[in-house]
Design a protein around this ligand. Structure first.
Ligand SMILES: CC(C)(COP(=O)(O)OP(=O)(O)OC[C@H]1O[C@@H](n2cnc3c(N)ncnc32)[C@H](O)[C@@H]1OP(=O)(O)O)[C@@H](O)C(=O)NCCC(=O)NCCS
Length: 211
């Protein structure tokens, strides 16, 4: 297996998948799309322990909020973390008011580039803020198309789960996330100031029937 043991997860170790927007650079575009095609979504597993820790370290070093929320789960005992995520995906071991949720990792052979979390159904609270899907990309792997790809692949999982449409919520000022949602067919439903977040939150629906 090609897993890098004790990998530090530095930027140079990650594939550069930035997609050129220049029409003249079609070869570069084709290469970038080929590389994106090598990415895949996996369920949490032991194989990526070192990369998971380096991803968390990147968020923490930049003092970024841990999104999606399972990134804040204790991870000192990695096997326990994997077990908890697996249980939660079956609706087990959840705190009051939480619905079953599945966590996925966007990976290369050796690195986790991003994490998504799919809530299996909506509650009134999630309907207002949170929605069906949360996602985050490792800071050093951003602006290379990974966020859009992570959401695209997670939408497929939502469809496999039997959902006909999903709700995405997003801070209005989070332009990167807004673009990721729009790139995946999001249709703005509403926006509202949410006091708990002290910001305007937008709600988008994505229809899965056409996927
Ligand atoms: C939101 C996030 C997942 C986007 O990931 P990403 O890998 O950078 O996304 P992409 O590379 O697919 O970029 C999507 C678009 O956003 C744009 N974009 C990326 N970062 C941006 C930024 N900081 N400001 C403005 N636009 C940005 C890209 O240029 C791209 O636009 P284009 O399609 O016009 O070229 C990532 O920034 C992140 O993890 N943020 C922290 C967690 C978070 O906010 N999650 C979403 C919660 S709602």
């Amino acid at each position: 297996m090609a897993f890098a043991q004790g990998h530090s997860g530095t930027r140079s170790s990650l594939p550069n998948l930035r997609i050129s927007r220049s029409r003249r650079n079609r070869a570069a575009d084709a290469l970038a799309y080929c590389e994106l095609a090598l990415l895949r979504l996996v369920k949490p597993c032991k194989d990526y322990e070192a990369s998971y820790r380096s991803l968390l370290k990147e968020f923490e070093t930049r003092r970024e909020r841990l999104i999606p929320f399972p990134l804040s789960f204790p991870h000192a005992n990695f096997s326990e973390l994997i077990g908890k995520l697996e249980e939660n995906s079956k609706g087990l071991g959840l705190p009051d008011g939480f619905v079953a949720h599945s966590t996925y990792w966007l990976v290369t052979d050796s690195e986790i580039l991003g994490v998504s979390n799919l809530r299996h159904r909506l509650t009134p609270e999630l309907r207002k803020e949170g929605g069906n899907i949360g996602y985050g990309i490792r800071p050093t792997a951003r602006r290379q198309g990974h966020g859009s790809e992570l959401l695209r692949l997670t939408l497929q999982k939502a469809k496999e789960l039997g959902l006909a449409k999903v709700l995405l919520t997003c801070g209005k000022v989070n332009l990167a996330s807004v673009k990721v949602i729009l790139a995946n067919g999001g249709a703005l439903e509403s926006e509202e100031f949410v006091a708990a977040r002290n910001e305007v939150v937008q709600r988008y629906w994505i229809d899965l029937v056409q996927l």
